[in-house]
Design a protein around this ligand. Structure first.
Ligand SMILES: *[C@@H]1O[C@H](CO)[C@@H](O)[C@H](O)[C@H]1NC(C)=O
Ligand SMILES: *[C@@H]1O[C@H](CO)[C@@H](O)[C@H](O)[C@H]1NC(C)=O
Ligand SMILES: *[C@@H]1O[C@H](CO)[C@@H](O)[C@H](O)[C@H]1NC(C)=O
Ligand SMILES: *[C@@H]1O[C@H](CO)[C@@H](O)[C@H](O)[C@H]1NC(C)=O
Ligand SMILES: *[C@@H]1O[C@H](CO)[C@@H](O)[C@H](O)[C@H]1NC(C)=O
Ligand SMILES: *[C@@H]1O[C@H](CO)[C@@H](O)[C@H](O)[C@H]1NC(C)=O
Ligand SMILES: *[C@@H]1O[C@H](CO)[C@@H](O)[C@H](O)[C@H]1NC(C)=O
Ligand SMILES: *[C@@H]1O[C@H](CO)[C@@H](O)[C@H](O)[C@H]1NC(C)=O
Ligand SMILES: *[C@@H]1O[C@H](CO)[C@@H](O)[C@H](O)[C@H]1NC(C)=O
Ligand SMILES: *[C@@H]1O[C@H](CO)[C@@H](O)[C@H](O)[C@H]1NC(C)=O
Ligand SMILES: *[C@@H]1O[C@H](CO)[C@@H](O)[C@H](O)[C@H]1NC(C)=O
Ligand SMILES: *[C@@H]1O[C@H](CO)[C@@H](O)[C@H](O)[C@H]1NC(C)=O
Length: 540
């Protein structure tokens, strides 16, 4: 005790005077320690027999001796406050102090006194740092809105340190405008925050010379949008069939997801606003569903709206049950006029086309279309007007057609009898009468102007007799047109079945000879007349 009291002031004074100073016996003149941990003051000397005493002193305003080593007696005396806190190496005199408290910060002096009174001193400054704990990142706003919010992240920690920021896996770089760090470096200010800015994750590192602490990875959701709104229509057609289904889908980029409101002709549809992506389906479309549709996306967090493009749809009833009606069912060639009208049981036609027997029906002086072409009037029908009439109706969503078979009553025309003109006595013969006629004509037969008891088209003569010869007349009668036409056919019943010309072979020969004789006679008379005129003497 006395020893310390006596020696220390002297040594301090000597050290302060710089007496006997050479190179420092200490490895460094500055060292950091952490509360609760140990620190070691390293020396550059080793014990020699020359050394009398080695003393470590803590100088905080007032010097306090900590430990004295006397190599010759191999003693190490630790002063009371430092008992159990110090270990001093007898060979190198290096000192381990700990566990450290904040108050251990200060100057430590090593004083070596040699046997011949020389003094070697060294000084080391200890800074005791608080350990780094509780490193945390906090944000001034919890629900930042893209472009609107200025986010300030504050890194806090317990202990002594400087700060570093990591974004993802790389050091965070600030540009000084969009992102700024304060002088201390614990505040990161992000103006007009972007959606990707805080996805990092961002880590704050608080560190001092001895230690560092990391915050938990920090990320914050930045609300954004809605933007890039996209509306799709299924099916994509502008004109939709009545009764069909229309589906509209709407999506928008937004965080949190936008709510979608459907708007029809400028009026909100009553359906509850739903979260994006949203579908809107209209089943069993009616004409009143025609109009323009849009969707509007709304982000409750950013309080921003965006409207989609407009989908314009028109609901059209499809054509069905198309039929052709005729004004008159019974048409007589040359007498009747008919109106064919084409109509659909459902749907309205935009265009009407008429086709007859596969070819377009063209108007002419007798064939006249109504202005809307739904009816065609045929005046004074002729038999060529008969045939298949088709009408084709079209509108924006479909087409339909109907056909009608137009029948014209006409005739009889071209009445003709087929059969032999001569028949052998006792043979059978058939005479067949034909006529062009709609409906088919009824036939009556006459012989030599006398009615025969037959209304058949074919008249049969069994075992022909002479009295069956004569002029046969076939009369065709159309009971609808009320017209009758007839023709005759001559039949001869002969012994050989050959046709009788009416002159015998002898008669013909006689006629021929007679003609020749007459010519010769005429020729002779002319010759004679000429000769006699030559014989007459001239009066001159
Ligand atoms: C710190 O020093 C004390 C006293 O010298 C000692 O008991 C303890 O074991 C040391 N701790 C470490 C970690 O070296
Ligand atoms: C003292 O230090 C020396 C050299 O570093 C070492 O060899 C020795 O073991 C230490 N003695 C004690 C008691 O720690
Ligand atoms: C972190 O990195 C991402 C990707 O490189 C970047 O978009 C973002 O702005 C960065 N955030 C900060 C705060 O630096
Ligand atoms: C950060 O993002 C991860 C996934 O990328 C997530 O698991 C975690 O909860 C987020 N943390 C915060 C604070 O948002
Ligand atoms: C949508 O419909 C409304 C009402 O029919 C009309 O006034 C408006 O001009 C239409 N807008 C568009 C873009 O067609
Ligand atoms: C919305 O409609 C689309 C296309 O028809 C379909 O793929 C999707 O599954 C629908 N979503 C919902 C939620 O009904
Ligand atoms: C965004 O900023 C504008 C003007 O700066 C303000 O009117 C609006 O209310 C802000 N939006 C939100 C969601 O804070
Ligand atoms: C067309 O109308 C006629 C008479 O009005 C009717 O008999 C016929 O069945 C109809 N055809 C169609 C396809 O409706
Ligand atoms: C033909 O038309 C006239 C008048 O146009 C009519 O008096 C006559 O009865 C018609 N004939 C038939 C067969 O319909
Ligand atoms: C045919 O239709 C037209 C109108 O399209 C009408 O004026 C005319 O009287 C009709 N004729 C007949 C014979 O029905
Ligand atoms: C019809 O006339 C022909 C000759 O003119 C005659 O041969 C025939 O007997 C006559 N037939 C009847 C039934 O009068
Ligand atoms: C016309 O003649 C046919 C067949 O000969 C017959 O069935 C029909 O009743 C007749 N019609 C009239 C109006 O006389």
């Amino acid at each position: 005790m006395d020893f310390y009291n006596f020696r220390l002031p002297l040594l301090i004074i000597l050290a302060a005077l710089g007496c006997c100073s050479g190179s420092s016996p200490l490895a460094t003149d500055k060292i950091n320690g952490v509360v609760g941990k140990n620190v070691t003051f390293k020396t550059t000397v080793v014990s020699t027999p020359d050394i009398l005493t080695v003393t470590w002193t803590f100088n905080k305003g007032q010097p306090i001796a900590m430990v004295t080593v006397i190599p010759s007696s191999n003693t190490v005396s630790v002063r009371p406050p430092y008992v159990n806190r110090i270990s001093c190496n007898r060979t190198t005199f290096q000192l381990q102090l700990g566990p450290l408290v904040k108050e251990d910060t200060g100057e430590y002096i090593l004083t070596i006194v040699t046997n011949n009174g020389d003094l070697v001193t060294g000084q080391i400054d200890l800074e005791v740092l608080e350990p780094v704990t509780d490193v945390k990142i906090s944000s001034n706003v919890l629900e930042p809105v893209e472009f609107n919010s200025t986010v300030v992240l504050t890194c806090s920690a317990k202990g002594s340190f400087t700060y570093k920021w990591i974004n993802g896996s790389v050091p965070l770089v600030v540009d000084g405008t969009h992102m700024q760090l304060n002088a201390v470096g614990n505040e990161l200010k992000i103006s007009e925050v972007r959606r990707t800015d805080l996805q990092g994750p961002i880590v704050c590192i608080a560190e001092n010379a001895l230690e560092s602490g990391k915050s938990a990875p920090f990320n914050l959701t930045v609300s954004y949008g809605p933007e890039n709104i996209l509306m799709n229509q299924f099916p994509t057609d502008t004109y939709l069939k009545k009764g069909s289904t229309l589906t509209l889908t709407c999506t928008a980029d937004s965080n949190p997801p936008a709510t979608i409101q459907w708007v029809f002709n400028g009026v909100n549809l009553p359906s509850n606003a739903v979260s994006s992506p949203a579908n809107f389906t209209l089943n069993n479309l009616e004409e009143k569903n025609s109009g323009n549709y849009t969707c509007v996306a709304y982000n409750a967090q950013t309080k921003r709206y965006i409207a989609s493009r407009v989908a314009f749809v028109t609901v059209v009833e499809s054509l069905s049950g198309t039929n052709i009606s005729s004004s008159t069912s019974l048409l007589i060639a040359g007498n009747s006029t008919v109106n064919l009208t084409c109509f659909a049981a459902a749907g309205r036609a935009e265009t009407v086309e008429w086709v007859k027997d596969g070819k377009p029906l063209n108007p002419d002086s007798r064939i006249v279309f109504s202005a809307d072409k739904t009816s065609v009037s045929i005046d004074k029908v002729v038999k060529e007007d008969r045939g298949e009439y088709r009408c084709l109706l079209r509108n924006k969503v479909n087409k339909d057609e109907a056909s009608y078979n137009l029948k014209i009553n006409y005739g009889p025309e071209k009445v003709a009898v087929q059969g032999k003109h001569a028949v052998k006595f006792e043979d059978d013969v058939e005479l067949s009468c034909t006529a062009e006629s709609v409906p088919p004509s009824t036939y009556t037969w006459k012989l030599n102007g006398t009615a025969l008891n037959s209304s058949q088209q074919v008249y049969v003569v069994k075992r022909a007799k002479d009295r069956d010869s004569g002029i046969y007349t076939c009369e065709a009668f159309n009971n609808i047109t009320g017209k009758m036409d007839k023709t005759t056919h001559k039949l001869a019943v002969t012994t050989d079945g050959k046709e009788d010309t009416g002159l015998s072979g002898g008669a013909i020969a006689g006629i021929v000879i007679g003609v020749i004789v007459a010519i010769i006679i005429i020729a002779c008379i002319i010759k004679r007349k000429k000769k006699s005129s030559l014989d007459v003497p001239s009066p001159y």
